[in-house]
Design a binder for this molecule. Sequence first.
Ligand SMILES: *Cc1c(COP(=O)(O)O)cnc(C)c1O
Length: 532
Amino acid sequence: MAKKNIDVAYSKLSPFELKNKLISLAKSAVERNMLNAGRGNPNFLATVPRQGFFQLGLFATAESEISFSFIPQGIGGYPEKHNLLDRFEHFIIRNHEKEGVAFLGKALSYVRDQMGLDANLFIQEMSEAILGCNYPTPDRMLTMSEHIIKKYLIQEMGMRGISSDDFDLFAVEGGTAAIAYIFNSLKENHLIKAGDKIAIGSPIFTPYLEIPELNDYELVEIMVEADADKNWQYPEKELRKLEDPSIKAFFLVNPSNPPSVKIDDKSLDILADIIKKHPDLIVLTDDVYGTFADNFRSLFSICPQNTILVYSFSKYFGATGWRLGVIALTKDNILDKKIAHLPRKESAELNKRYSSLSLEPQKIKLIDRMVADSRAVGLNHTAGLSTPQQAQMVLFALFEMMDMQHSYKAMIKTLIRRRHAALYNHLGVPQPDDENSVDYYTLLDLEKISSQLYGKDFSQWIMKTQDPLDILFHIATETGIVLLPGKGFGVLHPSARASLANLYEYQYIAIGKAIRGLADKYYEAYLKAKKK
Ligand SMILES: *Cc1c(COP(=O)(O)O)cnc(C)c1O
């Protein structure tokens, strides 16, 4: 196993592109099953809110057919609003034993009896939404849906002292769309400009490393490095970099990807202090994994006026194909203030840009500008997330809020934490244990693991003689296991990211054993080399 450099070209690829190459190696070399631990896509999914969705769809289509029932078949109208709630309750009683129907009945009760919303308006909005028979109106988000998702976020993102009146939501096609829309509107509104300094919490989900490098943005990246030896928390010295007034924005993923840990309370306090000293720092936090953490607190709760929050339903509900996410922004935020104080020329240009939307375009909030920008402004009247998507999002959120004993959350956490244990136990090294860890992914640090297995000298030999990318290619060809290189995510140490979300427990056992087997082979090679 001599050091052999993999085609340099591969080292330039994003880990996700590289994954495709690794998959082809793993597939072609191995008759055994390929184990793709490279994917973040979960292999579990919440079934009850989906059953609720389909039942609600049948109710709504039946309602629709009542409207035009003089026409023989297959054509309906809008559901009749009058007494819709009564008919829905009858539907629940009549079909009580069918999957998802009892859930819908409880959801109605929760919305009315717990949240104090108008049950009639809720059923009207949900029935029309699920039929998809109108453009999304309001385009930013349907009214009842927005209210319910806000309550969900307040609960799940650990927001203290923030009420649903304090912020707005924009429903979007998943976290990915959220990120694209935010970058675009920040740029269009001159909130970030070419040449600006942007701080990035690293390691990070690669698109964040790649976007700032796009020619469009020409941003200068300042890395705020989490420390592997501190369980992937940001050292205070790194965080204090953010006090530099020339830094415009801080982008981070919390809990992080790939280290998969949430920012601890001490660092949250430091960040709160930094914001006091640098009050016009824009914070963009992607909290997709927040729902997996214990006692999670988003930065949105720490510095609400500075922060744009991105949340996605993809991971927690196993819903990557649904494309469900939201952008949250407080009503009183520094971004709108920055827009109000732009130089005259830029301000005039923006007023022209948004003049088709309002007689007072200067008063349009950033979050509404994002909606308009998402459809090139001119097509704003058909902007917004498809209404059936909003209906499913609401059912996911209600499912979680109604689960007062947190049994879904406990089950999902147990599932991924058992996989974590299985992997490390069979690899034969201690399972990392940290209260801030979410364990959605795990970073296998090659140096640390080889040292734990066969000592420092072996570990130094492996670092000196083997290319980490070679090792990953080796793992793929010999064992059929696909792991992603940590380096592409900005991890400084040679490491591999394994997702704990997308394979079965027995497969993590196989991964642990296979990597151990490979390590043993390297160890033999090391012993031979030492003899010479
Ligand atoms: C998976 C992931 C996303 C993607 O979310 P979608 O809603 O599926 O687009 C966004 N951010 C991070 C950090 C992720 O890991």
